[in-house]
Write a protein that binds this ligand. Structure first.
Ligand code: PLP
Ligand code: TYF
Length: 395
């Protein structure tokens, strides 16, 4: 019956994570998967999250099904965090928002919705991007193309090439954009560059689909949402897939949201109906527990949560400068500025596949094959050995 079923080669990042778990060397360091660790190398439980969860467990009663679109308080809180407390589009009820199974679920529900209503559109993702972008959109039936994004020479965004490519994308196509903290490169657009893209999207009637999985890890909650808020205030329509996995350290609770910014409230109502239909066809309704936590934290403990998130961001910055200093001290002839310039959890080191293999096999330091390093998993006590290993594999 199932003889023709192919072997699944596994997800490269998760497979690497499994190899790490099986590696017996005590000094191994996992800088592959995108998770934030505290300085004791543990996944943190944020204080505000724990307090909310404790309160919820005390008063929890029955566990009803949530509606297809999710919990109203969660949807409202997610909207405010993305679009701002004083967003005109929110006030005008122009945004259709559903609670989703993480950011991945938001992308999938969004992709299904788009395939139903824009069947002939094609999807454009940046080169490189998170691998699952291509899988999710092609899995929903789209042809997926790449537009230039990263320059290995500058170790930043090749904005001119990106803009020129977007100017040639067929009218009405869908363009996926990382709103902040680009995965895998850490190379983000400046505010000025986002501003410059607005006329391109407007003139070519392109649909921007923002993915924001790291809000608060770049420069701050408000700053990291700049692109989304600017496009919205310019009157553009857009889609936004958001994730609370990292900024609440709630990976396994699968908390996300999908938001569609519409021209008016009547369209938003119809879009919301079709998002509910897409949810119904996928998994019927989202889960309760994580959503209750996120909603309570954002409603009642926002300041405390933001302070904790700020401390997480500062820890990543300290790791960036710590590794920079260690590498610069050993190899002052080489340029490691990218560590300081790139934003969020990841840096693209420019190390080759072979250098990454040597780091893993000879030194127990795990990076992704592309050379992506998770700066948020580095700690005070691993900076020196990691820097030493990197210096050994450099030419
Ligand atoms: N989008 C990007 C760019 C990501 O890096 C990730 C997770 O790593 C996601 C989406 C998915 O987030 P979630 O784990 O909430 O599904
Ligand atoms: O490290 C990354 O880029 C992510 C990590 O269900 C990840 O791909 C792993 C599993 C998962 C979602 C994200």
């Amino acid at each position: 019956m199932f003889q023709h079923v192919d072997v699944y080669p596994g997800d490269p990042i998760l497979t690497l994570n499994e190899s790490f778990a099986g590696d017996p060397r005590p000094n191994k360091v996992n800088l592959s998967i995108g998770v934030f660790l505290d300085d004791a190398r543990r996944l943190p439980i944020m204080g505000a999250v724990l307090e909310a969860e404790t309160a919820i467990l005390k008063q929890i009663g029955t566990r009803p099904y949530l509606p297809m679109e999710g919990a109203p308080s969660y949807r409202k809180a997610a909207q405010s965090l993305l679009f701002g407390d004083d967003s005109m589009a929110v006030g005008e009820k122009r945004i259709a928002t559903v609670q989703t199974i993480g950011g991945s679920g938001a992308l999938k529900v969004g992709a299904d919705f788009l395939k139903a209503y824009f069947p002939d559109a094609q999807v454009w993702i940046c080169d490189p991007s998170w691998d699952n972008h291509r899988s999710i959109f092609s899995g929903a039936g789209f042809k997926v193309h790449a537009y230039p994004y990263y320059s290995p020479v500058t170790q930043g965004v090749d904005f001119e090439a990106m803009k020129a490519a977007l100017q040639k994308v067929p009218q009405g196509d869908i363009v996926l954009l990382h709103a902040c903290c680009h995965n895998p490169t850490g190379a983000d657009l400046t505010e000025q560059q986002w501003r410059e893209l607005v006329p391109v999207f407007r003139e070519r009637r392109l649909l921007p689909f923002f993915d924001i999985a790291y809000q608060g890890f770049g420069e701050g909650i408000e700053q990291d949402a700049f692109a989304i808020r600017h496009f919205t205030s310019e009157g553009l329509v857009s889609m936004v897939a958001s994730s609370f996995s990292k900024n609440f350290s709630l990976y396994g609770e699968r908390c996300g949201s999908l938001n569609v910014v519409c021209p008016d409230s009547a369209q938003a109502e119809n879009v919301l109906g079709q998002l509910k239909s897409a949810v119904r066809r996928n998994y019927s309704s989202p889960p309760t527990h994580g959503a209750r936590i996120v909603a309570m934290v954002l409603e009642d403990m926002r300041g405390r949560w933001e302070d904790e998130l700020t401390a997480m961001r500062s820890r990543i910055l300290a790791m960036r400068s710590g590794l920079y200093d260690a590498l610069h001290a050993s190899r002052p002839d080489r340029n490691f500025d990218y560590l300081l310039k790139q934003k969020g959890m990841f840096s693209y080191t420019g190390l080759s596949q072979e250098q990454v293999r040597r780091l893993r096999e000879e030194y127990g330091v795990y990076l992704i094959g592309s050379g992506r390093m998770c700066m948020a998993a580095l700690t005070q006590d691993t900076i020196a050995p990691v820097a030493e290993a990197i210096v050994k594999v450099l030419d």
